[in-house]
Write a protein that binds this ligand. Structure first.
Ligand code: NAP
Length: 253
């Protein structure tokens, strides 16, 4: 029996990096998982690779900057697997490292749509689903050292500060319902996220170098998956409102 046997999870950003590892680990630990991202083929490959594991994967292709997609993915989880127990707000994109004098309107809109509005819509739907079911639920959101350190542009850093606030406020407001909400403060990881950056603002990128130089070697995304497993599992029933740094010790510098 796995650590998530009998649970249903929705994981956003499941087509690569941390999300793919989270889905893989959750399914191996017995969860049924709805895997969400835009690239359908990637999700289908992932589902195929996990056939025969204890849990099942149902793919849900969609753009999580849409409110409708966030609501539909949770309805889909309930239809497919009977209920919702876990939401992982993982999907995210980078900005171009720009300072406030230089951010573009497009970056502001895109980064906030994916990193902030998506998790807000998904968390609202998840909380109301848990309440309607009368079950406790667990929400894990992937934030970043950028919420605290100037290690990216102002748009990305502000988006991750918003994720931390969303996570903590949710933990406080729904304590009586047994709903837990935690976030992971991720350091640098070997994933595809740099592809979402576009052409970096070189002046700002240069200014960030002293901060980036203090980061340890980038980690493997499985490290995030292990933390997301713990926080979602019944081993963490007394943990809510926490910010768990998974960053090779960067937070201590
Ligand atoms: N890697 C790092 O160093 C690092 C550090 C701190 C925090 N983080 C955070 O970790 C999380 C995961 O990122 P990662 O590093 O694993 O990057 P990644 O490999 O680029 O994965 C990002 C995932 O988000 C999905 N995504 C992006 N835009 C989307 C949209 N509009 N709708 C649906 N899905 C979307 C992508 O799928 P599709 O393209 O198929 O839609 C992909 O599955 C993000 O929240 C990121 O901010 C990463």
């Amino acid at each position: 029996m796995g650590r998530l046997t009998g649970k249903t999870a929705v994981v956003t950003g499941a087509s690569s990096g941390m999300g793919k590892e989270i889905v893989t680990l959750y399914v191996k630990e017995g969860a049924n998982v709805v895997a969400v991202a835009r690239r359908k083929e990637r999700l289908e490959e992932l589902a195929e690779s996990l056939k025969g594991e204890e849990g099942k994967v149902a793919v849900f292709p969609g753009d999580i900057s849409s409110k409708d997609v966030n609501e539909a993915m949770i309805d889909f989880a309930v239809e497919q697997f009977g209920q919702l127990d876990i939401l992982v707000n993982n999907a995210g994109v980078m900005d171009d490292m720009a300072a406030v004098g230089d951010f573009s309107d497009d970056k502001l809109m895109n980064v906030f749509n994916v990193n902030v509005y998506g998790p807000f819509y998904a968390t609202r739907k998840a909380v109301n689903t848990f309440k309607a079911q009368g079950t406790p639920g667990s929400i894990v959101s992937i934030a970043s050292e950028g919420a605290y350190k100037t290690c990216a542009g102002v748009v990305y850093c502000a988006s991750k500060s918003a994720v931390v606030a969303l996570s903590r406020n949710t933990a406080y407001m729904y304590k009586a319902e047994g709903i837990r909400s935690n976030c992971i403060i991720a350091g640098g990881f070997k994933t595809e996220i740099a592809n979402s950056m576009g052409m970096p603002n070189m002046e700002a990128y240069g200014k960030l170098q002293p901060v980036l130089a203090t980061s340890p070697e980038p980690g493997e995304p499985i490290e995030i998956a292990r933390a997301a497993l713990f926080l979602a599992s019944d081993e963490a029933t007394y943990i809510s409102g926490a910010e768990l740094a998974v960053d090779g010790g960067w937070c201590a510098s």
